[in-house]
Design a protein around this ligand. Sequence first.
Ligand SMILES: O=C(O)Cc1cc(O)ccc1O
Ligand SMILES: [Fe+2]
Length: 494
Amino acid sequence: MSTATPHCHASTVEQDGLVYQTGLGNQFESECIPGALPRGRNNPRMVPFGLYTEQLSGTAFTAPRAENRRVWLYRIQPSVTIGAAESLPQEPQFAGGCDPRACEAAIDPLRWHPYPVDGAAGVEYDFVSGLKLQCHAGDPAMREGLAIYLYSFGTNMKDLQTHFVDHDGELLIMPQQGSLDVLTELGRLIVHPTELVVIPRGVVFQVNHFEGESKGPIPGTSPTATARGYMLEVYKGGFALPELGPIGSNGLANARDFLHPVAWCVAQSDYEKPCCIVAKMQSQLYAKSSTHSPYNVVAWHGNYSPYKYNLERFCAVNSVTYDHLDPSIYTVLSCQSEHVGTALADVVLFPPRVLATDANTLRPPWFHRNVMSEYMGLLYGSYDAKVSSGTDGAGGFVPGGSSLHNAMVPHGPDAATYVRAVADPCDAPVLLNRGLAFMFETYLPLRVNPQALRDEAWRDVDYTACWQDLTAADFTGWDWVNGTVGTTREEDDR
Ligand SMILES: O=C(O)Cc1cc(O)ccc1O
Ligand SMILES: [Fe+2]
């Protein structure tokens, strides 16, 4: 019999000097002052240290157990002590001068360069005022739909003493350039490019530049540079891991790679400082002034918490025989609609991977028209369906850029990619690692911010030219009258 002491690995990890709790969907608990978290019950009359108990729910009380999300917060003062709200002018936040209801239908394939923020002007924005609505569907008042934004900022929210809370939706933020220091009621997360962070509906948070070393594939991004990236807001429900079906119980994004913060409370000396909480409700912005910090949660337990995930941990599955499969195999997170298998929003990754299909498979994506709308972004490098992209200096689909192929809108590989792929003998598997692209896919047709349609410095107005060199299949000499009559098909013509 072994006499060795068994090792128990606590399910926490350390990164950038912070501790995170691992998993997704499990019940977490954390206290930043020992003894602050009540044991054995949720709302004792005598709370340790005289803290106040507050429950924050993310689903209806009666939602099925598997979907039910809520967190118990033990805080210095309850959230209701924050002052009354005053409405703010609609502009410039969230709309970039555009009411989501004023967004326009888009029927052509669309592509954008990174949002042009000129140096000095860009620095003036913080995360909230630097949000630019790009596309939108549905209505937060009906809890149906989503919105897609770009963000860019040079100013820290902490320097303005501002915080943000979204009553409308769960937020998924993907930095493309510049690491983020995200402070939330439940704790702090450092988020680097190639990671994503999810902020549940109703959680107060603040986004600042990370003052440590900015990581990710874009080296040398200094803390004072403009940070930029993408943000997806779902008006209904929240994100969860996709079902795996016949893939089995492992693969794609593994639950243990999701990192949740530990309780983090502002020091007593910094607590009573006036600040402003910007709140969004039904696409309208409000300002609430507070005499104290919202980061006063000393302990919490539950399963409704922000989290981050490193996209480089994604375990991709693909065809190892023939044919290019549907991109749903790369789903990281999904926000389902009532219709089983149909997403309000899928977050899909195109990770570095081996292409191992046989010699008679066209390796890039096929031409297609999809009932779902496809919004794409590029985190670094280039994307395999677009030769005219990335580092060749020719513009096209570049890091920080984006594209939209709305419901049923035709698209596919550009002409240069197609010609190159047909000529490729595909006689061996290849490692495809030229970049990292992602897609937000939704069953709703999207409407576009009119500015995003008209701003010629932002929109890539020549996008559709990339398909114009696809020449017609050549049937010269074919007898159209008699040619097809009575022809038989070879049985196995692969
Ligand atoms: O349009 C795109 O580039 C995204 C995409 C990629 C793919 O491999 C298959 C289908 C698809 O929509
Ligand atoms: Fe597509």
